[in-house]
Design a protein. Structure first.
Length: 389
């Protein structure tokens, strides 16, 4: 079950990161500008953000299993459409459909974990699932670049289509319905779920942490390659090696997250992970301010941030979707929407900053993570925004 949930979670990040190296080749195929081909990436992010808001409540209404299968079928349809597209417009439409379908995996994996394992057990499982969102982007660009050079960019969409088909079959055969009977509601009840979830401090306490912690990571991803080039004179291959260490640190922390959560409690581990990340980033700011110039000054603090995220983010996810177990789908969707929208803004801002020093990226990461922890503490857990909720 955990392997299936990790796989459906990973297909979205994999498809997105596999697309990036193919964009120049796509622009040449359709004889368009790079800005035009970039629509395949930017519009798909919008599609994923909107889709995360929809899949959760739909699964509350129709059930997790059929909704997940439908999402994987959309991945197949969109991938095939993009693969065969004779024009850029149709390729963009196909990629957008693919991204919207892939978002179902990320949303519903959280909801299914909550359904099966409960809040405490879900934290450990979500740690393993979210590790897939780190591993997939780590592998996808290298694999995609090789495919584009050898056989062309359309094959990438063929591979994602095959993955979506396999996951739809796997979900049909290996996933039982997990949604609580009380969550199978009318569509009016589904819409009411957003109002209910949106009025709960317990949800926003965890969702705010998950959103701004994720944005802190995307702030790094958006700026670090440029800093490596302009500040340290290192290319993409060296960046990739350092990034693998960050991904490994996240996975190690995920491995211990479940046991630590069971022993000390989810809130304690969340706050400890957030504090560790902030301390690591402050150390980095101090080292840069002291004049040290080395990639480890950037990646060392980022690794501590990654360890802290590996401990804290699964607990934030578990707390958010567990704020109202009968509305787990809606809660997961609302949190995913916030993560994509805020994270996209953070990545865009970080890419626009000066990259002649690691100071802006480390400072920005620290501020976003401090905001995440501050909002979590300020909102608290279990207190409603208004009486009666």
């Amino acid at each position: 079950m955990v392997l299936l949930l990790a796989a459906v979670t990973a297909i979205g990040p994999f498809a997105m990161q596999a697309l990036a190296p193919a964009l120049p080749a796509i622009a040449k195929t359709f004889s368009v500008s790079p800005a035009a081909s970039q629509l395949m990436l930017s519009l798909s992010l919008v599609a994923m953000a909107v889709a995360t808001l929809i899949w959760g409540p739909v699964s509350d209404r129709l059930g997790r299993r059929p909704t997940l299968i439908a999402g994987m079928v959309l991945v197949v349809m969109g991938s095939v459409a993009a693969m065969l597209a004779p024009t850029l417009g149709l390729a963009v439409a196909g990629r957008t459909l693919q991204a919207a379908g892939a978002a179902a995996g990320m949303v519903l994996a959280r909801a299914v974990a909550q359904d099966i394992y409960g809040r405490t057990g879900a934290a450990g499982v979500l740690g393993q699932i979210t590790a897939a969102m780190v591993v997939a982007p780590m592998i996808a660009p290298a694999l995609s670049g090789l495919i584009v050079e050898q056989v062309g960019w359309r094959v990438i969409f063929a591979i994602v289509a095959a993955m979506g088909l396999g996951l739809s079959i796997w979900s049909g055969l290996g996933l039982r319905e997990t949604a609580p009977p009380s969550s199978i509601r009318t569509f009016a009840g589904v819409l009411a779920g957003f109002r209910e979830i949106g009025s709960m401090r317990s949800f926003w306490s965890y969702a705010a942490y998950g959103t701004f912690s994720f944005s802190s990571f995307l702030f790094f991803v958006g700026a670090a390659p440029y800093v490596m080039d302009e500040t340290y004179g290192q290319g993409p291959s060296v960046y990739g090696l350092y990034f693998m260490a960050i991904a490994g640190a996240y996975m190690v922390a995920n491995f211990f997250c479940g046991a630590l959560t069971r022993r000390f409690g989810g809130d304690q581990i969340l706050r400890a992970g957030g504090a560790l990340g902030i301390i690591g980033l402050i150390i980095g700011v101090v080292l840069v301010s002291a004049g040290l110039v080395h990639p480890l000054v950037l990646f060392g603090p980022a690794a501590l941030h990654s360890i802290g995220a590996g401990l804290s983010v699964p607990n934030a996810m578990a707390g958010a979707v567990g704020a109202s177990p009968e509305r787990a789908g809606a809660a997961s969707g609302l949190m995913g929407f916030a993560q994509f929208i805020v994270g996209g803004v953070a990545a865009q801002v970080s890419g626009s900053l000066p990259h002649g020093s690691a100071l802006p990226v480390l400072s920005g990461m620290a501020m976003l993570l401090a905001l995440a922890l501050g909002l979590h503490l300020a909102l608290g857990a279990g207190r409603p925004l208004r009486t009666g909720v």
